[in-house]
Design a protein around this ligand. Sequence first.
Ligand code: ADP
Length: 551
Amino acid sequence: MGALENGKYRERNQALSQRVEELTQENRSLRDALDAAEEANRAKSRFLSSMSHDIRTPMNAIMGMTAIGLSHIDEKARVQDCLDKIHTASAHLMSLVNDVLDMSRIDSGRMTISQERFSLADLTHDVAVIVRPQAEQKRQSLRFEIGEIREESLTGDPLRLRQILVNIIGNAVKYTQEGGSIRVCFGQRPAREEGAVWLDFLCEDNGIGMSQEFLERIFLPFERVRSSTVERIEGTGLGMSIVKNLVDAMGGQIRVESEEGAGSRFTVALPLPVARQERERALPAGASVLIAERREDRAVQMETCLRSGGLRPVRLEGGMEAVTYLTEAKYEDRMPCALLLGQELEDMQPLAAAAHVRQLAGREFPILLVSEEDWAQIEYRAVRDGVNAFVPCPLFGSRLLDTLAHLIGDSGENADAAGPRDGDYSAYRALLVEDNELNREIGVELLSMTGIQVETAENGLDAVEKFAAAPAGWYDVIFMDIQMPVMDGYEAVRNIRRMDRPDAGEVWIVAMTANAFVEDVRLSREAGMNEHVSKPVDLERLQDVLCRRLS
Ligand code: ADP
């Protein structure tokens, strides 16, 4: 072979091997794409099969228990037991459906995070009210600690934040044995951007914990620890995945540390803009406020709050001590401007102390109950015993000072003390708008239990016509379904709000719908509804709405 041919041969060879290299590369990327598509497909199939399995389980319970109940219809206790189980299974089914729909919103990029002003105190209180009963049922100690919080009024999506916190704390309660302990802390750090803070949240439990290997998968949908303990606990394996997506969407971070058998620790940090609020609080500078509380941590917290508001705390631990102090103070004309009654006293129940103090100090003297009890449960008795207002724990300074300012300004008139929840609503009239006959029947039945007079409409247009035909003020409240034929609920509300009559803007309209998501709540608010009650509706929720609106 000549040198020329040799050179050509080498060149061709080089071109060929380059081509082979390119083809191999192409092949590799195609194989990667195929692998990724197959993995996505497998994940989808896994998702679908987990979902149908998870839906089937409570459905089975519902159908089975219905059959058992029907075949023992004359045995009251047996039917009651079946109904209780059906109730539990349906609640689980409901949460599964909600989670799956949330996941699909996340997947399709339809998850929006709203930016509205909210109070950290309200958010924490709502979360505590939701998770506390479950912890109490398991006799766990659930402690909320509030670290250094400088900004209580923030901007963000309070409903989504609540979802994150309830999911994490709810899990701590679920995956911690009876009698275990859970500690929840809130704190704040300044953020680099002007006018924003990092909200730090920590939830620590001494429950069953997780292996290191599982921790790597905890944020994947449908992943649950495979153990007989976890399998006995109800769950969908979607909560953590939703939480992670929400935290990411808010620009935050989430970390989990855990040890099997020892417990878990979740930390979340979220950057949130501060909502400026100009608020004038009229508090008498230097005035004394009496605190009666045996719990050291709580008493110190109250003292700090009062000092930050320019007030002077005087601290006692017992009810009798407080009564003696106030008797002398009254005699010597140096009454404190209010009494903060804590959750634990040395010698008596706080409400008993309230009753004594009320008798001695007269009608005008402000008595505040500062406690982590559920106000709805104790309100009736507390008001009867002379408590003027309730400040929930975990304690936020602004909440306490606002309530105090309000009470002192009102010279002791009832501030938060509304009437009892189960009032008599027979003088009021509701319009229930619902297209589904069965749901209409349930709605009428539940509403009638509160005593209110109920009229019905079968779709949005029917409701608009009934409203237009009725004299002004005829309806006190309208419960409006959303998805209806002829005219949907949003359209109907817009039509009602646009009418030229005095009650068009005033009538209280409550969305009563299966669309139970945060976005739906927002949509109904935008359409002009005042409140949102998600289906399945329960009597307590209806009473709550009526109580706030009509009492
Ligand atoms: P689930 O509906 O099963 O509770 P999540 O997505 O909320 O689903 O949590 C996924 C899994 O992570 C749980 O099934 C459980 O195995 C584990 N897990 C979550 N939180 C904790 C915790 N605090 N302690 C122990 N295990 C936990």
